[in-house]
Design a protein. Structure first.
Length: 203
């Protein structure tokens, strides 16, 4: 196997997941596990957008501060933010202080409120069928796919910002819509039963 690391605990992990304790916990406990719920997915969508141009480790370490700053990413609450909240967020050294991304998060919360079936239903409608086997190495992992491109287009049609195909695919990886743990990684594949069937109407 390539791109795998055997940890001190004897477990085989995707190499990125063995690089720091923060990544190891995230790799083992969260990344690639199916995530549902509008607010939970809104959080991940928001953090993926904030990650653009930065390392995910930076965002992961700031996530507790982000959760406090954005009221636990409750969509109705964030949708109600006005200039006072933008100013508060821009002054918060615990998060990434980028006005365009902050304003995009607020706009995305408002767009999510307008979705007739909710954010989770829309996002999960783009989940492809599970792969028959896991990919062998990082070189085989795509940066975007047909499904992530379609997801990004649908989100943009609904008024979402900072949601290109690459960001959409990172979201799909993180929330278990696709399983990109490598062949040989100790993390078990998501249970098929926990994955909703891909929707017919995609946005």
């Amino acid at each position: 196997m390539t791109d795998l690391v055997i940890g001190a605990d004897g477990l085989s992990r995707c190499a990125w997941g063995a690089s720091t304790p923060d990544y190891a916990a995230y790799h083992d406990e969260e990344w690639g596990r199916p995530l549902h719920g509008d607010d939970a997915l809104f959080e991940r969508l928001t953090l993926e957008a904030f990650q653009s141009g930065l390392s995910w480790l930076t965002i992961l370490r700031k996530r507790p501060a982000f959760r406090v700053a954005f009221d636990q990413f409750r969509i109705p609450t964030v949708a109600g933010y006005r200039e006072a909240e933008v100013a508060r967020l821009m002054a918060d050294a615990g998060i990434v202080r980028n006005r365009a991304k902050i304003e995009a998060a607020i706009a995305n919360a408002r767009a999510a409120l307008e979705l007739p079936g909710g954010l989770a239903a829309l996002l999960w409608s783009f989940a492809p069928p599970p792969r028959a086997t896991r990919l062998p190495d990082f070189a085989a992992v795509p940066a975007s796919t047909v499904e992530s491109t379609a997801m990004a287009k649908a989100l943009k049609r609904h008024g979402f910002r900072f949601v290109g195909p690459t960001t959409a695919y990172a979201l799909m990886q993180a929330t278990g819509m696709v399983d990109d743990h490598l062949a040989g990684c100790h993390v078990p594949p998501p249970a098929t039963a926990s994955r909703p069937a891909a929707g017919v109407v995609m946005g």
